[in-house]
Design a protein around this ligand. Structure first.
Ligand code: TXE
Length: 480
């Protein structure tokens, strides 16, 4: 059985403790590889390597930094099919999704920041002929990048690319639930000739290896994507150490469908925003608010389409819904479905786990689930479920649905369906979300600021935001 290794100082190495964790194939419900159960000593070695590499990497001509990052992107593209297969096996997502979304976006993340760094500039201010100010933006040092299991290589590269492009060196920890593609990525870094210590990847538990990265005094900047609860834990460690912190956390995203929408488009895209990646995307629209006049029409059509989705072997072309990422997460989702029943909800379709015959009979599968009859304030409509579960809620007036949409502790994204331009601007302005899609979903321009409000996190990723996050600014004022 394959044993993954840490990537420290340019080499693939065993964990110092020589202890390993089981890595599951969620579609089959069984262990298929082992990952290092890294601890503080592994993290210390990684940070030392990153510190030693910082001077050279941070002063490397930017074209050289760009070239190496572009070479890595080329190798990701070369190994597209291998990486997509690995992602599908590790996460449980349909192979066709990994091929179409996860791996191309990982390559795009590397390319985007490999070229952005060539154009990243700062500003200068002239003060009434008295003085000239110029702002320096310099790399900070060793960046800690911690990524989750839902879009493993996509979100791992979304963090390390800007950190590296800005001239930092990195100690990264992918989720212990889905470590495989980050491991394969480190093999490509070696092949691309990334200098030793520039990127270090330490595998293991969040509360052990992850915590050791957060609390290491020589890691002044942390970028984290994961659950809100974990985000609070990380912030409580990092804040007293005055670390620079970016937190991309959970969401309970509203999807507002007005009667004047393009009905077929709203229906088709809402199916995607509800169940793509088994609903395990922090941007999924898990609360669907439908204007009363079209509520029954939308409900009937949406439930019919949800029923038609194929839950199956992630490797099969016809599969729409793959395996839930872990047994633990499957139980969490099922607990919320039970809670929905207790809170008086109607399960319109789904609501139970599914047995997929053949090789996947012991895998973790849940049917796409649609629930209505619940108040917008109940727990199922307030708490992140992070699975193939959505609720339908009717509304009569615009100000009513805006109140409902803004009623949770989260504020990551929102989707809005209307053909009325004034309403689109008016409602988007009032929604308390960091990202708002009108008549579309998950249409991404990497230059745009990405992040949430309230308990969906702090800071922004994307575009210049990420390069500003991963650099420190210094203003120099010179008397004329
Ligand atoms: O992720 P965790 P989990 C949500 C989703 C899910 C919940 C928890 O609702 O049910 O978060 O998911 C590392 N110090 N999202 O528990 O714990 C951990 O090893 C340092 C939304 O699977 O947040 C992993 O690498 N690191 C999210 C990463 O943090 C720590 C995507 C995420 O793990 C740590 C995933 C610690 N103390 C889940 N504890 C999104 N916003 O996309 C854990 N980690």
């Amino acid at each position: 059985m394959q044993k993954l290794k840490n990537y420290i100082n340019g080499e693939l190495v065993e964990p110092i403790s020589d202890t390993y964790l089981d890595n599951f194939n969620p579609a089959e419900g069984k262990v298929y590889s082992h990952i290092p159960d890294s601890g503080e000593t592994d993290v210390l070695a990684a940070v030392e390597a990153a510190q030693a590499a910082f001077e050279e990497w941070s002063t490397l001509p930017i074209q050289r930094r760009s070239d190496i990052m572009l070479k890595i992107a080329d190798l990701v593209d070369r190994d597209h099919d291998k990486l997509a297969m690995a992602e599908s096996i590790d996460n449980g997502k349909p192979l066709k999704l990994a091929k179409r979304v996860d791996i191309p976006r990982a390559s795009a993340n590397m390319r985007f920041y490999a070229t952005a760094l060539l154009h990243f500039a700062s500003e200068s201010h002239q003060t009434d002929g008295e003085a000239i100010n110029y702002t320096l933006r310099k790399p900070i040092g060793v960046a800690g990048c911690i990524s989750p299991w839902n879009l493993p290589l996509y979100l791992f590269t979304w963090k390390i690319a800007p950190a590296l492009a800005a001239g930092n060196t990195v100690v990264a920890k992918p989720s212990e639930v889905t470590p495989m593609t980050a491991y394969l990525f480190t093999e490509l870094c070696i092949e691309a000739g990334l200098p030793p210590g520039v990127l270090n990847v330490v595998h293991g538990l969040g509360t052990k290896a992850g915590q050791a990265i957060i609390e290491h005094p020589a890691v002044p900047v942390i970028s984290f994507t994961g659950g809100t609860t974990t985000g609070k834990q990380i912030a409580s460690t990092a804040a007293p150490m005055f670390k620079k912190l970016s937190l991309e956390l959970g969401g309970k995203n509203p999807n507002l469908i007005f009667a004047d929408c393009d009905f077929e488009q709203a229906l088709k895209t809402s199916l995607q925003s509800s169940f793509a990646n088994q609903g395990e995307i922090c941007l999924c629209g898990s609360r669907i608010f439908i204007e009363q006049d079209i509520y029954e029409k939308f409900k009937t059509a949406f439930v019919e389409k949800a029923k038609a989705l194929t839950v199956g072997d992630p490797l099969e072309e016809g599969t729409n819904i793959g395996a839930i990422v872990s047994g633990t997460h499957k139980e969490k989702i099922l607990s919320y479905i039970r809670l929905a029943r207790e809170e008086g909800g109607n399960i319109l379709t789904g609501g139970e786990q599914v047995t997929v015959p053949g090789r996947c009979e012991n895998g973790y599968f849940i049917a796409p689930t649609v629930i209505d009859g619940l108040d917008h304030k109940c727990r199922v409509n307030q708490e992140e479920i992070f699975g193939p579960v959505v609720t339908l809620i009717p509304f009569k007036h615009e100000d009513e649905v805006i109140e409902y949409a803004n009623s949770t502790a989260y504020g990551l994204s929102a989707t809005l369906w209307t053909e009325n331009l004034k309403r689109a601007h008016r409602v988007a302005d009032q929604l308390k979300s960091g990202i708002i899609w009108v008549n579309c979903w998950l249409l991404r321009d990497l230059r745009t600021p990405f992040g949430g409000m309230k308990q969906s996190g702090i800071g922004r990723e994307g575009g210049w935001e990420a390069l500003r996050f991963f650099t420190g600014s210094k203003n120099v004022c010179i008397k004329l």
